[in-house]
Structures are given as structure tokens and as C-alpha cells.
Design a protein around this ligand. Sequence first.
Ligand SMILES: Cc1ncc(COP(=O)(O)O)c(C=O)c1O
Length: 318
Amino acid sequence: MAVATFRDGKWGRYEMRPVAPIEVHPAAHVLHYSSTCFEGLKAYKWADGRVNVFRMDRHIERLRQSARSLVLPEPDPQQLAQMIRDTIDKARPVVPDAPGALYMRPLLFGTTPNIGAAATPASEAQLIVLASPVWDYFAGGMKPLRIYVESVNSRTATQTGRVKTGGNYAAALGPTLEAKKRYSADQVLFCPGGEVQETGAANFLLIRKGQLLTRSLDATFLHGVTRDSLLTLARSEGYEVDERVFDVNEMLQWVVDGEAALSGTAAVLAGVGTLIHQYREHQVGTGEVGPLTRALRQKLVAIQSGESPDQHGWLTRV
Ligand SMILES: Cc1ncc(COP(=O)(O)O)c(C=O)c1O
């Protein structure tokens, strides 16, 4: 792992270390006031043996945005890029062949030891880059997802929806486990006040021939890099891409004959087969992963794995 420390107003040089437990003071800011954020991005091994990171600049920028929102020291983009490259370099022997990948996890947290600092930002912080091989998410076939529609509660506080911070995931965990237990749901789609937003760990897209609908960007949800990439590809395929606020009723109308899918780094694009809303199950299209979802996913996977040209400059060779 690559480790850098922020102290005396600046980032020090990072070092490469074997992955091992780290020492954190029990009064560390992060343990009390949750001053932490992270990123998740993937590096893909191509047939020529080289490794290519998908949209590294976007992920670095999003971590910096998260840091600003939480008043944590912002990582230096050049240093973080180099930390990611060096971590990939060390992990090179364990990068699986596509469709597997090396999952990269940059993590930033406040370490200042002071338990009286609820209203004081952390002046010391650590930035760590971890890496882990991941294999094909859909090795067992593309199973259509069952999604529970939560039309009252939010995933996060309104102003931290676009921040990739641990507390948001902790908050979504209870409702997600509850929906799993009660409805055998895979995920919860949060629709506070009836407005469709996103799930606990992915963005939400509605797709039909020549049309794609997803919520417009605002502070309430995470601005997915995969979402942005899929929207770009859909536009170049001639789709009319509609980014706006829409409600649960419109979504339920759409899925009578349309498709629905979750987008994110982990699964790229995963088809939804069933929406569970107010004790009723709504089948999405045929109930299987739709052909448009499969085709759009394949377009993006082909770029990530080097089968199709990278026309948008999304990949960084390492
Ligand atoms: C809450 C949430 N929304 C959306 C996404 C999708 O973002 P991305 O496509 O950048 O992975 C993620 C995954 O990182 C997430 O955790």
C-alpha cells in the first residue's frame, strides 16, 4: 500500500509498505467525528499484458471534492496519481485477466488526536491507497436484481449525498439489510419524498429504445463515474439522454415495457428485474436483464478491456 501523511500544513512524501495494520491514536479525529472519505476505481489488464486504469482523473477529483466537503486536507492530484501507479506496479503479478480487474481503494482520514475537536477540522491526516484483485461480478450469469423502493427515507443527509464518506454507507446498511430480510431484495432504491435518487452503492438508470432517463446531478447523491461514462456512450449511440428529477410513479410506468439498471464501478451496469413498492412487486419489462442494458454494458466493458478504442481518453496506461 502507498501511505502519505499530512502534517504542518503539507503532504509529506509517500512510502510504499506491505499491507499491515496501522497505528491510529484512540483520540484520532476520524474515530469520533467520521472525518473520512474514499474512492473506488479499477485497473484492467489488457491482452498485451499492460494495465490500464479507468478514469483515474475523475476519481481523484471526486476524492478531492469529498475532502473539501468534509474539511479534510485535499490530496495533491499528482501525488495521488503516482501513489495509484506505484500500488498497481507492486500488485502487477496479481492483476487478473479481464473481465477481472485490480480494484483500487484510496482512503483519506483525519488523524489529529483531540477528542474535543467536534467543531475543529483535522489538521493531520493520512492518505492510503490499497489494491485488491476482483473477479467477474457476473461469473454466475447476469441475474436480474430485486430492488426495494424506499419512498420516504433518504440514504444520506441532503448535503452529503455526493460525498463518498463512510457514514453514508453505515446509514444505508440498516435499511438494506431490512429489505433483504423482508423482501429478499438485493438493494434499496432511495426515493425520499417520492423522488427517485440512487441505491446504497450505485446510480439508477431507466432505459428504453433510444431513450435514457436518470436523475439530474445535485448534492443529494453520488455523481458516479460509470453513470457519466454510460451517458456519454448512450449519447454517441443516438440515445436521447434525459437528466432530470422524476418520481416513483413515472418509474413504475416506465418499467411496464422499459428497462432499469444500476450503474457503478463494481458491476458496471446491472439489470433490475423487479421493483418492490408498497408491498407490491412490479416486474421490470420481461423480468430478465434487458437487451439494451446488456448492449450498453458491453460497450463500456469493451473499452475498459481494450477490445474497443478508447475514444474519450478514459484510460491511463500503467
Ligand atoms: C452511493 C453510490 N452511488 C453511486 C456509485 C457509483 O459510482 P461510480 O460509478 O463512480 O463507481 C457508488 C459506487 O461507487 C456509490 O457508492
